[in-house]
Ligand binder design. Structure first.
Ligand code: DOR
Length: 442
């Protein structure tokens, strides 16, 4: 608990949960917001020209612990998250051992209690060992707080298994998130299938592999009244399918990554494996469709799919390199640069996609706003006008595989607060920061 009292004075408070987008003083007293308005108490932290928003929430990260500590740990990954303005992240289950039972979930929660710089809401596996055959211990994981199940990186190939998973998850009103990739269409694929893959001589990952599995999953979810989450939407037709499903009242949510709403398969012509990712970078028309999906609310959340890989594995020839990109430290700035400044999203809509909507979709009490008296002070203060150049070596991740290195972006995190305590001050992560574990009572 923090016992200090301070006031962000004159910040532009952007809080989609309350609809507020106006300048105010925000007083923080201990771990909570004391008031939002004209009052000021304690130390004054000038915030004129800066944006104060609810701390960001990422539905899709890879923290790699246990088992992949050469790439990332709970400590390093959540430090990168805090540096990027996040106060909550959802790590995927493709660790070693796999998070397919309550023991591994509890291990991740313990690591988070000891070392995390933000709250950690683990995702449990759908199937044992991510093998796609037998269901994992969904009930035991739900009992320790898991709200979402995913074999991310591995599609649930069998419709029978997927249907059972959706049916069981519905018991706890939990969500199944299926990595949408019909593997019979993508075996050995290296990049998006199209003119570029022909030109470069790399095996293609056709768009239909994603779309056909999303269509199947939507039909299964509809039949059961179950909750489906579509991760890393990458094609125009996937956006259209989700849009139609929402109109049909299917209980579906969806996320898009900064790389899928920014980069195209043109990048692959460099053969730089930093651009190798699953699902792959697609065409400009897909990028546009994903942006439209975010603008009209078809896609609920911006999630990073932060996927660290150590240089000795990632920096190999294209065919041998693993898929995945860093994202936590650049997502806010890429969103401001690529979506807010060009007018695709308002700043409030961007904050909704980066914080409020993902927090609500997983019932993360105390995250995503509202910024109001009595609520936990989980906040980010950022300068939307500050320009900076991304460098891989300054990342707080243990890995270096950012596809945005060398890019100039707008929008820089100044401070991040977790329950009133600075996890990042003047852009620099501060340790130690954490006392509680998963979630927080409002
Ligand atoms: O590019 C990816 N990397 N996509 C995934 O689905 C998994 C992830 C990873 O774990 O590295």
């Amino acid at each position: 608990m923090s016992d200090s009292v301070f006031t962000f004075t004159g910040a532009r408070v952007v809080d989609p949960a309350s609809g507020r987008d106006q300048a105010a003083n925000v007083v923080v007293d201990g771990d909570r917001i004391a008031s939002v308005g004209r009052a000021s108490r304690g130390l004054a932290i000038p915030a004129e020209g800066l944006v104060l928003a609810p701390g960001l929430v990422d539905l899709h990260v890879h923290l790699r612990e246990p088992g992949g500590e050469d790439a990332e740990t709970v400590e390093s990954g959540t430090t990168a998250a805090a540096a990027g303005g996040y106060t909550a992240v959802c790590p995927m289950a493709n660790t070693q051992p796999v998070a397919d039972h309550a023991g591994v979930i509890e291990q991740v929660l313990r690591l988070a209690r000891e070392a995390a710089m933000c709250d950690v809401f683990p995702v449990g596996a759908v199937t044992r060992g991510l093998a796609g055959e037998e269901l994992a211990e969904l009930g035991a994981m739900a009992a320790v707080g898991v709200r979402c199940f995913s074999d991310d990186g591995h599609p649930v190939q069998s419709a029978r298994v997927m249907r059972r998973a959706l049916a069981y998850a519905r018991t706890w009103d939990a969500i199944v998130c299926n990595h949408a990739e019909e593997r019979t269409l993508t075996g050995g694929a290296q990049m998006h299938e199209g003119a570029q893959s022909d030109l470069l001589g790399l095996t293609g990952w056709p768009r239909e592999a994603e779309e056909s599995m999303v269509a199947r999953d939507l039909i299964l979810a509809r039949g059961l009244g179950a909750r489906l989450h579509v991760p890393h939407v990458s094609t125009a037709e996937t956006v259209a399918l989700i849009r139609a499903a929402k109109a049909d009242r299917i209980r579906v949510t969806a996320e898009a990554t900064p790389h899928h709403f920014t980069l195209t398969d043109d990048e692959v012509s460099t053969y730089d494996p930093v651009y190798k990712v699953n699902p792959p970078l697609r065409l400009k028309t897909d990028v546009e469709a994903v942006r439209e999906g975010l603008a009209d609310g078809t896609i609920d959340a911006i999630a990073t799919d932060h996927a660290p890989h150590p240089p000795e594995e990632k920096e190999r020839e294209w065919a041998a390199a693993p898929c995945g990109m860093l994202g936590l430290e650049t997502a806010l700035a890429v969103t401001i640069t690529e979506l807010v400044r060009p007018g695709v999203l308002t700043l409030s809509e961007a904050v909704a996609a980066l914080s409020t909507k993902p927090a609500r979709s997983r019932d993360m009490v105390g995250h995503g706003g509202p910024i109001a008296a009595g609520t936990p002070a989980n906040l980010v203060l950022f300068d939307p006008e500050q320009r900076w150049t991304v460098t891989a070596r300054s990342s707080h991740s243990r890995s270096r595989n950012t596809p945005f290195a060398g890019r100039q972006l707008w929008g820089r995190v100044r401070h991040t607060l977790l329950r009133g305590r600075f996890t990042v001050r003047d852009g620099e992560p501060l340790r130690p920061a954490h006392e509680d574990g998963m979630g927080d009572g409002a």
